[in-house]
Design a protein around this ligand. Structure first.
Ligand code: F6P
Length: 348
């Protein structure tokens, strides 16, 4: 009986358990393969902290990851050689035919290095609420995060209106604006600020004032955590990190609005609620579809690929086209064009 290893690494996202279940069930069903799960991402592979996964009943709908996760990076930090030796030893001692790595951008890079430098047989799956992985149209976790952010902003509307306030809602997304763009549109936000479009504070104040002139009682601003203002663009990465250490972009924006306009402003940081809880139907299915393609690739010894979702189909994408690349919102994105057409401001 062939044995495969699996782990989840990086920040968690809705759909991880559905993906594990898809891999485990199809591996058993199609090729009678056994699955060994390593806990806490690459940490479990280094420490040989593992379990044999035989039953995934009930996990389709569960948030988080049954295998736990961590941001441990075996190629970084102290004792690198020792960690890599342990990984190779554990991979061989379990007699694994392949290792399935589920994660975001950093994880894809590590997985690719494990294949190149240690010769492990790697297959990856794209997981992140940020949707910033290259080689796939969408990653699982993203759709659920957008749903959660949308529902939260829906609720902000009535309190914004009751108080005639400018409400700033900060969403996640790391260096990409996917959650901000999609949740901003679906929640009826008036301004959307994303990292891909540096914004001017002045333009945001103008937009607020214009809405008041139009007799609108409130303004909703959906700002991605990585959004950057034109005055910050000149800063180096370390200067920017210093500036953001104590005050996020949402905090700065809400304060500045109160200082430079006559209106009250409040900030809501949605934070980890966007990552927690049950995956929506789309993410359950996407994670299962991608996971269910893994065993066939392993059986065909078609290693070194991520199973991406392109043109509504699961497709094997070589890791060299994934690792180190970032999928960000492009200027001609149709969602962005629709936003502009209905008068949503990007602060530019
Ligand atoms: O990558 C997913 C993500 O949720 C980002 O949107 C966010 O910036 C980051 O992870 C938070 O990471 P951590 O779990 O390390 O606080």
């Amino acid at each position: 009986m062939k044995k495969i290893g699996i782990l989840t690494s990086g920040g968690d996202a809705p759909g991880l358990n559905a993906a594990i279940r898809g891999v485990v069930k199809s591996a058993k069903e199609l090729h009678n393969m056994e699955t060994v799960g390593f806990y806490f991402g690459f940490g479990g592979l280094i420490d040989n902290n593992y379990t044999t996964i035989s039953d995934t009943s009930g996990f389709l709908t569960k948030g988080g990851t049954m295998l736990k996760t961590s941001r441990i990076k075996p190629f970084k930090g102290e004792n690198k050689d020792e960690k890599l030796r342990s990984i190779l030893h554990n991979y061989r001692s379990h007699d694994l035919s392949a290792l399935v790595v589920i994660g975001g951008n950093g994880t894809q890079k590590t997985a690719y290095s494990l294949q190149k430098e240690l010769g492990l047989n790697i297959i990856t799956l794209p997981k992140t609420i940020d949707n910033d992985i290259a080689g796939t149209d969408v990653s699982f976790g993203f759709s659920s995060a957008v749903d959660i952010a949308t529902e939260a902003i829906d609720r902000i509307h009535s309190t914004a209106s009751s108080h005639n306030r400018v409400m700033v809602v900060e969403v996640m997304g790391h260096k990409a604006g996917w959650i901000g763009l999609h949740a901003g549109l679906s929640s009826g936000s008036d301004v959307i600020l994303i990292p891909e479009i540096p914004f001017s504070f002045k333009r945001v104040y103008e937009c607020i004032n214009k809405r008041v002139e139009q007799k609108k009682d409130s303004t909703i601003i959906c700002v991605a955590e990585g959004a950057i203002s034109l005055d910050e663009i000149e800063l180096s990465i370390s200067e920017l990190a210093g500036k953001r250490k104590f005050r996020s972009i949402g905090q700065r924006l809400a304060r500045k609005i109160e200082k430079h306009t006559p209106y009250e402003s409040r900030l809501t940081v949605l934070g980890y609620v966007q990552r927690g809880g049950s995956p929506n139907a789309f993410d359950r299915n996407l994670a299962t579809i991608l996971g269910a393609n893994v065993a066939n690739l392993i059986e065909a010894e078609n290693f070194g690929n991520m199973v991406g979702y392109i043109d509504n189909k699961a497709q094997a994408i070589p890791l060299e086209q994934v690792a180190g690349f970032l999928n960000v919102v492009k200027k001609d994105n149709p969602v962005m064009e629709a936003c502009r057409s209905i008068g949503i401001s990007f602060g530019d």
